[in-house]
Design a protein around this ligand. Structure first.
Ligand code: RB5
Length: 154
């Protein structure tokens, strides 16, 4: 990943068409996109593509990531294993906005098989342009950070 990347993006085969549309949309906005695959419709395993994006966000190589699979569920499960990753599976304008306002989501997850293209692009637009509200929401995120540091076992 080069230092100029604004957004890292990846999908499995079930999200590859929507990924192309989103990449064009992002590039039209002047954003530098790093496309970490997959690049065709051959069946692949979503963790193999979710991990590099989640790792890049977790390690601070890139601020934001977008992951796409059929439902968005598998990619969400994978991404949220990584410390510091707040991956949000969004399916409408409300969830897109609130994932930023309340959760400071740094990875947007989408399901190509459950979203119309127009809705998906609107979700991406809102997710990119909405800021974090802080305040009580920051306190809640700090508690999640504590869980990451201490682990879940007493
Ligand atoms: C692939 O068929 C599908 O299972 C995958 O894209 C995703 O929906 C998993 O959660």
């Amino acid at each position: 990943m080069n230092g100029k990347t604004d957004i890292a993006i990846a999908s499995d085969h079930a999200g590859v068409d929507l990924k192309s549309k989103i990449i064009h949309f992002l590039q039209d906005q002047g954003l530098a996109v790093s496309d970490l695959g997959t690049h065709n419709h051959d069946s692949v395993d979503y963790p193999d593509y979710g991990v590099p994006v989640a790792q890049a966000v977790s390690e601070g190589q890139v601020q934001r990531g977008i992951l796409i699979c059929g439902t968005g569920i598998g990619m969400s499960i994978v991404a949220n294993k990584f410390p510091g990753v707040r991956a949000a599976l969004c399916f409408d304008p409300f969830t897109a906005k609130v994932s930023r306002l309340h959760n400071d989501a740094n990875i947007l997850v989408l399901g190509q098989r459950v979203l119309e293209e127009k809705m998906a692009l609107e979700i991406v637009r809102l997710w990119l342009t909405t800021g974090f509200d802080g305040g009580r929401h920051a306190r809640r995120l700090a508690k999640i950070e504590e869980i990451e540091k201490k682990g879940v076992r007493e």
